[in-house]
Design a protein around this ligand. Structure first.
Ligand SMILES: Cc1cc2nc3c(=O)[nH]c(=O)nc-3n(C[C@H](O)[C@H](O)[C@H](O)COP(=O)(O)OP(=O)(O)OC[C@H]3O[C@@H](n4cnc5c(N)ncnc54)[C@H](O)[C@@H]3O)c2cc1C
Length: 415
């Protein structure tokens, strides 16, 4: 058996390592366009590599995977986050779990993950600086593109040609398909247009920016839509970042791309509902009637002063003087503070691509192309992406594993 893997990233290398483990006698070739394998893994998590998540901080899989949740449910059954930790620990990389549910190598060094994968790939023909420019399936030359049934029958018998070289199966793991997949264009696969995900928000509000450095446990949403996210929100010198903002950028990735990254953000600073906030303020007024509202902060002092000013309340106002109008204005500001969004910025250098090869093209259990048997997809090239926290790499490990397992169980051309 000759297997071609296109892309020596997380998914491609993991798939190659599994194939090596299960079928050491097979010839596995990994084509990598760049000069180094696993170049992106080496810089993940700021060089520390957040390799997976314990999935305890999310309520549903869709919360972690806004796109690809159903395929990921199956892939995680085949190879879970616990399997990831066991896999790397068994290969000499002790891992630690942080309080925020993220797993890292104990050494805090992403190169340990890189080396473990490369060790597990010994015997694989890893070809660097070898971009794949053409992939031809048997049907391209011999079957009618309109007759899928005929085409399928023909595919199973002939080899795939990758840069003109013959292989029995091909795994495409070329990562975020921002530039498309020109070498697959002839196959007529359905593609979901790629858009960036995981970015921070540019908010040109001097009052907000003056609070730079504050982190608040809040909820943030896009006005006029149902998109919202909660968690720590970081105020920066350009706008808003932190897990809550990044999550929102992921959930609303396509909507924001279509609206040119313009809109209005709504922040619920206490992440509480109107009745809860009203009750909190009323209690404060009852407990401290003669105190200044500005000196009894329910949030960090700088933010509290900013919000009182936005609610139009005097700095020398006492709780006894708040009245129902003041209470209404302060409640409205605390639960629905609004800021214009004028653009997006990078979160460190981390980003993922939403979109890519449409999941309708593939069998979700095997990740094999329905129309072209012998052609598989894994990792970010698929229309699967996640919020931050190790979920994206977990998708690469799990889908890479499923492809290897499917190829082994199929054993195309075993004779
Ligand atoms: C800076 C940064 C930090 C990140 N940190 C984290 C993190 O800590 N945790 C987490 O879960 N996720 C993180 N991510 C996301 C995560 O790295 C990706 O989701 C993951 O690497 C995707 O793996 P992949 O194998 O699908 O693609 P990639 O890792 O991008 O690999 C694809 C490979 O294919 C090669 N290639 C492309 N086209 C061709 C071609 N035609 N021929 C041959 N080779 C080709 C590319 O050169 C590349 O090496 C981070 C992303 C970035 C950018």
């Amino acid at each position: 058996m000759r297997i071609a893997i296109i892309g020596a990233g997380a998914a491609g290398c993991f798939c190659a390592a599994q194939l090596r483990k299960w079928r050491p006698e097979w010839a596995v070739t990994v084509f990598e366009a760049g000069p180094k394998p696993l170049a992106k893994v080496a810089i993940t998590g700021g060089g520390r590599c957040n390799l997976t998540n314990d999935f305890q901080g999310i309520r549903s899989l869709a919360e972690a995977y806004p796109r690809g949740e159903r395929v990921m449910k199956r892939a995680l059954k085949a190879f879970s986050q616990e399997d990831t930790i066991a896999w790397f620990q068994a290969r000499g990389v002790p891992c630690v779990l942080q309080a925020d549910h993220c797993w890292f190598p104990r050494s805090q060094d992403a190169m340990d993950i890189v080396h473990a994968l490369l060790n597990a790939m010994k015997g694989v023909d890893l070809r660097l600086k070898s971009p794949v420019v053409s992939v031809e399936g048997p049907e391209v030359c011999s079957a009618s593109a309109n007759n899928i049934a005929d085409a399928t029958a023909e595919h199973t018998s002939g080899p795939w040609l990758v840069n003109g070289e013959a292989f029995d199966a091909v795994v495409v793991t070329t990562g975020g398909a921002a530039r498309g997949l020109p070498f697959l264009e002839g196959l007529g696969l359905e593609m979901v247009p790629p858009v960036p995900s995981l970015f921070t928000f540019t908010v040109p509000d001097p009052g907000l920016r003056s609070l730079m450095g504050l982190v608040v446990e809040a909820a943030i949403g896009l006005q006029g839509t149902a998109f919202k996210a909660e968690g720590p929100l970081l105020i920066t010198d350009w706008g808003l970042s932190g897990p809550a903002a990044l999550k929102l950028s992921s959930y609303a990735a396509r909507h924001l791309a279509e609206s040119g990254y313009k809109g209005n953000l709504s922040i619920n600073w206490l992440n509480a509902n109107e009745n809860e906030v009203r009750a909190l303020l009323q209690k404060s007024a009852l407990d401290n009637p003669q105190k200044l509202v500005s000196s009894t902060h329910l949030l960090q002092a700088r933010l509290w002063s900013h919000l009182l000013a936005k609610a139009g309340l005097r700095p020398d106002l006492r709780w006894a003087e708040l009245g129902s109008k003041g209470l209404n204005r302060l409640t409205a500001t605390l639960i629905g503070d609004s800021y214009p969004l004028t653009g997006k910025s990078k979160f460190r250098d981390e980003f993922v691509t939403a979109g890519g090869v449409a999941l309708s093209n593939i069998d979700p259990s095997t990740l094999e192309c329905k129309r072209y048997p012998g052609l598989y997809f894994a990792g970010e090239v698929l229309d699967i992406d996640a919020i931050t926290g190790g979920f994206n790499l977990q998708a690469a490990w799990s889908t890479g594993y499923v492809c290897a397992r499917s190829i082994c169980s199929r054993e195309i051309g075993k004779n």
